[in-house]
Design a protein around this ligand. Sequence first.
Ligand code: PBG
Length: 326
Amino acid sequence: MNLNYRRTRLTPILRNLTKEVVVSTEKLIQPLFVVEGLSKKEIIPGLTGVYRETTESLLTQIEGDLEKGVKSFLLFGVPAQKSDKNFSYDFTSTQISAIKKRFGSEVFLSVDVCLCSYTSHGHCGILNDSMDHVINDQTVDSLAKCALAYAQAGADCVAPSDMMDGRIRAIREILSKNKLDQTILMSYSAKFHSGFYGPFRVAADSAPKGEMKLKDRATYQIDPANPSDAYRSSLRDAEEGADILMVKPGLPYLDVIKDLSTKIPLPWAVYEVSGEYAAIELMAEQNLINRERAHLEAWTAFFRAGASMVITYGARNAREWMSKAQ
Ligand code: PBG
């Protein structure tokens, strides 16, 4: 009997041959932030290598990313005008058209569908008069219109991250009615009420703000202690017509990725969120860990747990980091 397991670990060639999980840039999705009215691109604290882009720098950035082997993107549009209920999706739609006009089918463009960058209070939907509750169905109405506008502008994929009930059905219906049968619908189906979203909210200008009773997103995002809620919500979104489901964040929820991807036979995305990415970056800056190895190890864990694709702020550096981490 062969009890010598070190034999297959001996050389890089053997280690590569025996790898059960291979990470490649084709499996990674790069988030992009584009901010209306910005005159110069801005750094985002904690998210090294990621910027709040101007409408011009956005296109240059994508061009550079394509050269680094990244083909898939997740766009977040941040409009200048904030409102409480009547939203204009024009700014983000214009950016989508510009990207597709320039790059066509070279890029797979997903667009985040949510209202948190649009509302004056930062919640992901429309609030009632006493500002203590997000009104579900009215929000779903706006989200469906938003998704339609993005899809009509040329988005290859719309990705609702708001966590309202019934939004997948509403979006699928409105897309079908408008003959947009090829638009992919990626649901943030298992999105937890996480403490790891900090750097993102600065980037997207989307933290709940101002004087109101509803201080956080606990009444719509999933409680970290409730994996069965993540299962129910994902199952429902699959039934309502999602093409791709998602677990978010990643590393603290590996058990959920494993469990749900085994139970529901759709492609699964994992979102390595801003706080997870920043944690590695900050440790690396302090020379506490090796940046390249840590990022690759996190991505490997997502694929090992059952992900088909990973959304990560490091996608554009992945090729370089992976060659160093070998
Ligand atoms: C909300 C949204 C969030 C992220 C993407 N879309 C989080 C939130 O504010 O609840 C988080 C992404 C990240 O942290 O990287 N629409």
